[in-house]
Design a protein. Sequence first.
Length: 192
Amino acid sequence: MAVKENQPTLYAEMENFFDQAHEVEWEEVSHSFHQEVEKGHGRIDIREVRVVDDLNWLPNADKWKNLACLVEVRSTRQKTGSAASETLRRLYISSRRAPAKQFAKWTRQHWHVENHCHWVADVIFKEDDVLADRGNSAENLGLFRRLAMNMAAIADPGRGLASVRRAATFGTGYLKGILATIFSKKVSKNFS
Protein backbone atom coordinates (compact mmCIF):
# COMPACT_ATOMS: atom_id res chain seq x y z
CA MET A 1 0.00 0.00 0.00
CA ALA A 2 1.37 3.40 -0.96
CA VAL A 3 2.08 5.81 1.89
CA LYS A 4 1.55 9.47 1.08
CA GLU A 5 0.99 12.69 2.95
CA ASN A 6 -2.52 11.49 3.85
CA GLN A 7 -0.74 9.48 6.58
CA PRO A 8 1.45 12.37 7.77
CA THR A 9 3.06 10.74 10.83
CA LEU A 10 3.93 7.45 9.14
CA TYR A 11 5.06 9.23 5.98
CA ALA A 12 7.33 11.57 7.96
CA GLU A 13 8.83 8.67 9.96
CA MET A 14 9.51 6.66 6.80
CA GLU A 15 10.90 9.64 4.93
CA ASN A 16 13.22 10.44 7.83
CA PHE A 17 14.36 6.82 8.15
CA PHE A 18 15.13 6.39 4.44
CA ASP A 19 16.86 9.80 4.25
CA GLN A 20 19.14 8.88 7.16
CA ALA A 21 19.85 5.44 5.70
CA HIS A 22 20.89 7.03 2.41
CA GLU A 23 23.12 9.53 4.24
CA VAL A 24 25.11 6.68 5.82
CA GLU A 25 24.98 4.74 2.54
CA TRP A 26 22.95 1.97 4.19
CA GLU A 27 25.87 1.02 6.41
CA GLU A 28 24.64 -1.25 9.22
CA VAL A 29 21.05 -0.97 8.00
CA SER A 30 19.62 -4.40 7.28
CA HIS A 31 17.73 -4.31 3.99
CA SER A 32 17.14 -5.96 0.64
CA PHE A 33 18.14 -4.06 -2.52
CA HIS A 34 17.35 -4.40 -6.21
CA GLN A 35 18.21 -2.09 -9.12
CA GLU A 36 16.91 -2.04 -12.70
CA VAL A 37 18.38 0.08 -15.48
CA GLU A 38 16.52 0.61 -18.75
CA LYS A 39 17.83 2.52 -21.74
CA GLY A 40 15.58 3.60 -24.57
CA HIS A 41 13.43 6.38 -26.01
CA GLY A 42 16.30 8.82 -25.54
CA ARG A 43 16.56 8.35 -21.79
CA ILE A 44 17.96 6.17 -19.03
CA ASP A 45 15.60 5.00 -16.27
CA ILE A 46 17.07 3.67 -13.03
CA ARG A 47 14.76 2.12 -10.45
CA GLU A 48 16.08 1.22 -7.01
CA VAL A 49 13.98 -0.75 -4.56
CA ARG A 50 14.87 -1.16 -0.91
CA VAL A 51 12.94 -3.29 1.58
CA VAL A 52 13.36 -2.99 5.33
CA ASP A 53 11.74 -5.56 7.60
CA ASP A 54 13.34 -4.57 10.94
CA LEU A 55 10.69 -2.20 12.24
CA ASN A 56 11.74 -1.95 15.91
CA TRP A 57 12.62 1.72 15.40
CA LEU A 58 9.16 2.63 14.04
CA PRO A 59 6.89 4.25 16.67
CA ASN A 60 3.36 2.83 16.70
CA ALA A 61 4.29 0.03 14.28
CA ASP A 62 1.69 -2.12 16.02
CA LYS A 63 -0.98 0.39 14.92
CA TRP A 64 -0.64 -1.04 11.39
CA LYS A 65 -2.06 -4.56 11.49
CA ASN A 66 0.19 -7.22 9.97
CA LEU A 67 2.85 -4.68 8.99
CA ALA A 68 5.82 -6.74 7.79
CA CYS A 69 8.06 -4.29 5.97
CA LEU A 70 8.63 -0.84 4.50
CA VAL A 71 9.52 -0.32 0.86
CA GLU A 72 11.18 2.60 -0.89
CA VAL A 73 11.17 2.87 -4.68
CA ARG A 74 13.42 5.54 -6.19
CA SER A 75 13.07 6.21 -9.90
CA THR A 76 15.66 8.37 -11.63
CA ARG A 77 15.19 9.49 -15.22
CA GLN A 78 17.99 11.07 -17.23
CA LYS A 79 17.85 12.16 -20.85
CA THR A 80 20.60 10.61 -22.94
CA GLY A 81 23.49 13.05 -23.34
CA SER A 82 22.30 15.28 -20.49
CA ALA A 83 23.73 15.64 -17.01
CA ALA A 84 20.36 16.72 -15.56
CA SER A 85 18.12 14.08 -14.01
CA GLU A 86 14.98 13.89 -11.93
CA THR A 87 14.36 11.48 -9.08
CA LEU A 88 10.97 10.44 -7.75
CA ARG A 89 10.53 8.52 -4.50
CA ARG A 90 7.52 6.43 -3.56
CA LEU A 91 7.04 4.78 -0.16
CA TYR A 92 5.01 1.65 0.59
CA ILE A 93 4.07 -0.53 3.53
CA SER A 94 3.41 -4.23 3.13
CA SER A 95 2.04 -7.14 5.09
CA ARG A 96 4.13 -9.49 2.92
CA ARG A 97 7.78 -10.33 3.29
CA ALA A 98 9.70 -10.62 0.03
CA PRO A 99 13.04 -9.58 -1.43
CA ALA A 100 13.40 -6.21 -3.15
CA LYS A 101 13.42 -7.86 -6.59
CA GLN A 102 9.91 -9.21 -5.99
CA PHE A 103 8.66 -5.82 -4.77
CA ALA A 104 10.17 -4.24 -7.90
CA LYS A 105 8.11 -6.62 -10.02
CA TRP A 106 4.91 -5.97 -8.05
CA THR A 107 5.24 -2.19 -8.18
CA ARG A 108 6.00 -2.25 -11.92
CA GLN A 109 2.91 -4.40 -12.54
CA HIS A 110 0.78 -2.07 -10.45
CA TRP A 111 1.98 1.05 -12.26
CA HIS A 112 1.64 -0.61 -15.67
CA VAL A 113 -2.04 -1.32 -15.01
CA GLU A 114 -2.60 2.06 -13.36
CA ASN A 115 -0.94 4.01 -16.16
CA HIS A 116 -2.72 2.02 -18.87
CA CYS A 117 -6.15 2.57 -17.28
CA HIS A 118 -5.52 6.29 -16.75
CA TRP A 119 -4.19 6.73 -20.27
CA VAL A 120 -7.28 5.09 -21.79
CA ALA A 121 -9.60 7.09 -19.53
CA ASP A 122 -7.82 10.37 -20.31
CA VAL A 123 -7.10 9.96 -24.03
CA ILE A 124 -10.03 7.92 -25.31
CA PHE A 125 -12.75 8.93 -22.87
CA LYS A 126 -11.38 12.44 -22.15
CA GLU A 127 -11.91 11.95 -18.43
CA ASP A 128 -9.83 15.01 -17.47
CA ASP A 129 -12.19 17.28 -19.43
CA VAL A 130 -15.32 16.16 -17.55
CA LEU A 131 -16.67 18.85 -15.25
CA ALA A 132 -19.00 16.64 -13.21
CA ASP A 133 -18.41 17.44 -9.56
CA ARG A 134 -21.79 17.29 -7.84
CA GLY A 135 -22.32 14.61 -5.23
CA ASN A 136 -21.09 11.27 -6.52
CA SER A 137 -21.34 12.19 -10.21
CA ALA A 138 -17.58 12.01 -10.89
CA GLU A 139 -17.30 8.54 -9.33
CA ASN A 140 -20.45 7.31 -11.07
CA LEU A 141 -19.33 8.54 -14.49
CA GLY A 142 -15.88 7.02 -13.90
CA LEU A 143 -17.53 3.70 -13.11
CA PHE A 144 -19.52 3.84 -16.36
CA ARG A 145 -16.38 4.72 -18.35
CA ARG A 146 -14.52 1.73 -16.93
CA LEU A 147 -17.53 -0.48 -17.58
CA ALA A 148 -17.57 0.74 -21.20
CA MET A 149 -13.80 0.10 -21.52
CA ASN A 150 -14.17 -3.47 -20.29
CA MET A 151 -17.21 -4.16 -22.45
CA ALA A 152 -15.42 -2.86 -25.55
CA ALA A 153 -12.32 -4.94 -24.81
CA ILE A 154 -14.39 -8.11 -24.33
CA ALA A 155 -16.83 -7.62 -27.21
CA ASP A 156 -14.31 -6.67 -29.91
CA PRO A 157 -10.77 -7.49 -28.68
CA GLY A 158 -9.21 -7.17 -32.13
CA ARG A 159 -10.23 -3.53 -32.48
CA GLY A 160 -8.78 -0.58 -30.56
CA LEU A 161 -10.88 1.02 -27.82
CA ALA A 162 -11.04 4.37 -29.63
CA SER A 163 -12.36 2.66 -32.76
CA VAL A 164 -14.93 0.66 -30.76
CA ARG A 165 -16.06 3.82 -29.00
CA ARG A 166 -16.53 5.70 -32.29
CA ALA A 167 -18.34 2.79 -33.93
CA ALA A 168 -20.66 2.41 -30.93
CA THR A 169 -21.35 6.16 -30.89
CA PHE A 170 -22.28 6.42 -34.56
CA GLY A 171 -23.68 2.96 -35.27
CA THR A 172 -26.57 1.88 -33.08
CA GLY A 173 -26.40 -1.59 -34.66
CA TYR A 174 -22.79 -1.94 -33.56
CA LEU A 175 -23.68 -0.76 -30.04
CA LYS A 176 -26.55 -3.27 -29.87
CA GLY A 177 -24.14 -5.98 -31.01
CA ILE A 178 -21.73 -5.14 -28.17
CA LEU A 179 -24.53 -5.18 -25.61
CA ALA A 180 -25.91 -8.44 -27.00
CA THR A 181 -22.44 -10.03 -26.88
CA ILE A 182 -21.85 -8.97 -23.29
CA PHE A 183 -25.26 -9.70 -21.88
CA SER A 184 -25.96 -12.89 -23.84
CA LYS A 185 -22.73 -14.38 -22.44
CA LYS A 186 -23.74 -13.23 -18.97
CA VAL A 187 -27.29 -14.58 -19.27
CA SER A 188 -26.19 -17.92 -20.77
CA LYS A 189 -23.59 -18.41 -18.00
CA ASN A 190 -26.17 -17.70 -15.30
CA PHE A 191 -28.75 -20.13 -16.68
CA SER A 192 -26.60 -23.03 -17.83
